[in-house]
Design a protein around this ligand. Sequence first.
Ligand code: ATP
Ligand code: MG
Length: 140
Amino acid sequence: MAIQRTFSIIKPDATERNLTGAVNAVIEKAGLRIIGQRRIQMTRAQAERFYDVHKERPFFGELVDFMTSGPVVVQVLEGENAVKAYRDVMGATNPADAEEGTIRKLYAKSIGENSVHGSDSEENAAIEIRQFFSEADIAG
Ligand code: ATP
Ligand code: MG
């Protein structure tokens, strides 16, 4: 399997509880390398653009409110089969369904405030990375 990149967000519920390092430790233990990282306050425009695929879902407004409620850490992760490897270590969207040892089982508060985002395909990873990073801010 090839070396891939994926896009990650450590969400406001995790930054608020000072869990950036704890989440990063799980990411690195899973064999993924953090090759780009920046802490930002997302604007509504950024969050709405990022979650555009969910704009018809009933939770869209709540999701944008949450993602702009505090700082997030945007990241580029690299490793073997990184898209799937990160989805595996994140765990299920709803922490009640997440496997032991996953980030969401360890730290998520609810299906909405679920601590991390990870791209769901290599194509979306490239689009999401481009929204938040220039190549000059990534060093693999
Ligand atoms: P992400 O895209 O953040 O990596 P995911 O792919 O596991 O998570 P999606 O179905 O893409 O989940 O939903 C995007 C995000 O929307 C979820 O991570 C969660 O924060 C929020 N969300 C999803 N379902 C619900 C829901 N039923 N109620 C509230 N928020 C939700
Ligand atoms: Mg998703």
